[in-house]
Design a protein around this ligand. Structure first.
Ligand code: SF4
Length: 333
């Protein structure tokens, strides 16, 4: 591979992203966790605010799950932040500073081989492969590999190839070069091959099959759920919320909702538990698309007349915005 050309291209052309202007392993770690399944543009303002609030791993370790969820509300995939806090507390308790070896970094809660490779190469300049979606795209095209990269075995093979390249490179620059090339030049559609530093030996370019690679088998269709969602008020005009215990969005607050398409069905389910409500109004229909699910919510405004569910909590309306809440329910007006 034309590693020198690639690195020279990076030095001249990379975006001056806040989290790329540091070699602090703590900041690289935070940025890589935030970037999982999330666009750079979305991450940037969150990252800036987060680092201002938690400039060190010790300060992050003093936070708590609920505060942290509120800090990152809107980024989605909240379980990663649960592990982030656990990892920060683990690092702080160990008292040896941020881990310095690949094995120690990989052992942190919520850190997989990609994130460990990114931290080792970008922060410590050590030759460890970091294979994300951008890197898979560049390498599969450059080498004309048409394996299905949804399959773990094929990703591992490409990871090993990348490992041989990074050993001959400047690890810090190399990892970021491939990520940046994938983001700016070797894009999924309309790659800018004419200005690509790898075009001379790129096999997909030579064969004009760039857009056929990488091969990724189709993900299963998203599962769809219909909910009746209640904006439920008690006699003091406090509103009812519950804290999710399900693995999706665990710890986030939401309005009570029931998997059903019929408000009558929900009313009778509640009545069977001796809970009585009075429907005031049908407010709105809200759709929210997650990676693997779609929620269709019929939202009703209602008054709580008698009794309550043990999982419900009652809050003032203006308190809601201070609590971590999934965007799916933030959309409810
Ligand atoms: S030449 Fe085109 S397909 Fe090949 S790596 Fe560069 S941008 Fe991607």
């Amino acid at each position: 591979m034309d590693i020198k050309k690639l690195e020279a291209w990076y030095e001249l052309n990379h975006r001056k992203l806040l989290f790329r202007e540091t070699t602090d392993p703590y900041k690289i770690w935070i940025s890589e966790i935030m970037l999982q399944q999330t666009q750079v543009e979305t991450v940037l303002p969150f990252f800036e605010k987060f680092i201002k609030k938690y400039p060190t791993v010790e300060m992050l370790a003093q936070s708590d799950q609920e505060t942290l969820k509120k800090d990152v509300e809107g980024l989605g995939y909240y379980r990663r932040f649960k592990y982030m806090l656990l990892a920060a507390q683990q690092i702080t308790n160990n008292n040896h500073g941020f881990p310095k070896t690949y094995e120690e970094v990989l052992a942190l809660p919520g850190v997989g081989s990609y994130t460990a490779g990114a931290i080792m190469s970008i922060a410590y300049d050590k030759p460890y492969s970091a294979l994300d979606g951008n890197v898979i795209r560049v390498l599969s095209r450059y080498l004309n590999i048409d394996d299905d990269f949804r399959i773990e075995k094929n990703r591992k093979q490409l990871d090993q190839i990348n490992q041989t390249y990074i050993k001959k490179a400047n690890p810090r620059i190399y990892t970021q070069s491939l990520m940046e090339l994938g983001a700016l030049i070797c894009r999924p559609k309309n790659p800018k091959c004419d200005i690509c530093p790898l075009k001379e030996h790129c096999q997909a370019f030579e064969l004009s099959i760039q857009e056929q690679l990488p091969v990724m088998s189709k993900l299963k269709d998203k599962k769809e759920f219909s909910y009746i969602t209640l904006k439920l008020y008690d006699k003091n005009n406090q509103i009812v919320l519950r804290k999710r215990t399900e693995s999706l969005l665990e710890g986030m607050y939401e309005y009570p909702q029931f998997e059903s398409e019929s408000i009558m069905d929900v009313i009778s389910k509640l009545e069977s538990k001796d809970i009585f409500i009075d429907i005031i109004d049908k407010k709105q229909q809200v759709k929210h698309v997650f990676t693997h699910q779609v929620w269709y919510m019929d939202v009703y405004e209602a008054r709580l007349l008698k009794n309550q569910d043990a999982s419900w909590i009652f809050v003032d309306k203006n308190q809601i915005k201070k609590l971590p809440m999934a965007i799916a329910h933030r959309k409810i007006k």
